[in-house]
Design a binder for this molecule. Structure first.
Ligand SMILES: [Zn+2]
Length: 88
């Protein structure tokens, strides 16, 4: 990406590589410019990140003799959200 001038404040923009794509950032107002194809790449990477950072599914354990029963449900109930935790 060639040197660019910020369309917002006319300062020089510096190119950086972020997440594998080239992004120009204004040194004054911190505005960003990226190519449309790179925007699509960043959206795909964010979606992949959400999928990989989500909860993992554990296999259901086999019931074996000698297993201890789980604690009462209320004792292990977890918040479903941050707000639920704050105000629940
Ligand atoms: Zn600017």
């Amino acid at each position: 990406m060639d040197a660019m001038t910020c369309p917002q404040c006319q300062s020089d923009m510096t190119s950086h590589v972020r997440g594998g794509v080239s992004v120009a950032q204004c040194g004054s107002c911190e505005g960003l410019f990226l190519q449309r194809v790179d925007r699509g790449t960043l959206i795909e990477r964010e979606n992949e990140w959400h999928v990989s950072s989500g909860p993992t599914t554990q296999p259901i354990p086999r019931i074996l003799p000698g297993m201890t029963p789980p604690p009462e449900y209320a004792a292990v109930q977890q918040s479903r959200s941050y707000l639920d935790e704050l105000f629940g």
